[in-house]
Design a protein around this ligand. Sequence first.
Ligand SMILES: Cc1cc2nc3c(=O)[nH]c(=O)nc-3n(C[C@H](O)[C@H](O)[C@H](O)COP(=O)(O)OP(=O)(O)OC[C@H]3O[C@@H](n4cnc5c(N)ncnc54)[C@H](O)[C@@H]3O)c2cc1C
Length: 434
Amino acid sequence: MQSLIDTLHALAGGELSLVVGLLLAAALLLQLLIAVFRSGLRLYAERAQQRATLEKLRLQVQEAKLRCQQAESGKLQWNGCRKFSVVKKSLECEDVCAFYLKPHDGKPLPPFKPGQYLTFQLDIPGRDKPLVRCYSLSDSPHRSDYYRVTIKKEKSPPDQPDLPPGTASSFFTDVVKEGDILNVKAPTGHFFLEMSKTNPLVLIAGGVGVTPLLCMAQAIAASGSRREAWFFFGVRNRQEHIHKAELEKLAAENENLHLHICYSRPGPDDVKGRDYQHEGRVGIERLKEQLPSNNFEYYLCGNGAFMKSITDGLAAWGVPEKDVHFEAFGPATVKKKTAEPTASETVFLSKLQVTFARSGKTLRWEPSAGNLLEFAQAQGVRIDSGCCAGSCGSCLVAIKSGSVDYLKPPDAEPEHGTCLTCICRPRGDLVLDA
Ligand SMILES: Cc1cc2nc3c(=O)[nH]c(=O)nc-3n(C[C@H](O)[C@H](O)[C@H](O)COP(=O)(O)OP(=O)(O)OC[C@H]3O[C@@H](n4cnc5c(N)ncnc54)[C@H](O)[C@@H]3O)c2cc1C
């Protein structure tokens, strides 16, 4: 009221022009503020658009690079075995060594897909034929100067301590030294990360199963991609914490990489927050607790029980099977669902007889065994094995009579009269030279 009286007084006092001036100035200021706000909004939208265009360009460049790499890789691939020198051997932690390998011919190395493995043909003293074993590449695929594998010495089974420890892994950790030369087949394998994709990932590793997943994390970091990756790694304690410093450096330098180390039995000197983030195992509850949703692509590698519990948990959580990828370092306890045999097929299959001629065993085929290699191993018939995916050829056995059906097409057609036991089952009564 007082201000109205004052205004009237001012009008009456002939200060009308001052008031009009003030109102005009206020209107101008308001217009100016609106203009600044609008141009701020436009600038923000333009920046967002620029960022989106840049990201699109970056992806296109990356795709072009990948295509070049693939073409280059094709030229540099080799058939059969190539000689590699062990240029460095380092003890990573208890019973685990990393081996840095350079081609003996000094020529460049083909890039590989993160997650793939090398196949070694090892001449081990006292053995009449080379032993074939596969080991995942554990370093970045962007390195053209060396390959790295990380190998854990496989101990005797806890319930059979009299058995010798793993032959190839003991040979690597106890015998192979810097300067030695090894026979190595080119990188291969179907468990790999598609680098042209940008969807978020969860990498889940148990023990030495960390090797292909570390390679995937390295690949994401080296590509400069902002792809979100959650990395869960379970070990007992610091003594088993493979490539600890390397993983910590990766996480510190890449904010899109969320590292969750789980110690199931931390040692007295292990510090939560420094060495590990969670006490306990990596399990589905841990994933549910840490991940914002289940909407990820999952890559798993670890022992059979570990992978079974996580794949079952993910399925129950509603993760589609197509989004779960895994690699088994031995006979797979997790099996991808295949078309169920019909009732009549099952009856037919369960009547088949498989004879292992050299072992002197004739057994009734068990359809639940899945493949001939697992069937043989479960019956105490020892057949060499390597990749368990039909690629490395170490489980090749001669067929004395009968024939087999392949559960998946072999990478290369095996020689006539032989079969890759890890990916086939009998078609009728079968006699194998094993
Ligand atoms: C694709 C792929 C990638 C892999 N990547 C890696 C990797 O990155 N790092 C890694 O460390 N491993 C990896 N592996 C596992 C590796 O290939 C070997 O399987 C592992 O090193 C064991 O081989 P070995 O020759 O030492 O053991 P083997 O000699 O095959 O023995 C295996 C087990 O059998 C026991 N055994 C010995 N004699 C007998 C007997 N008479 N009867 C029953 N059991 C017996 C041994 O004590 C041992 O526990 C990978 C496997 C695959 C398929």
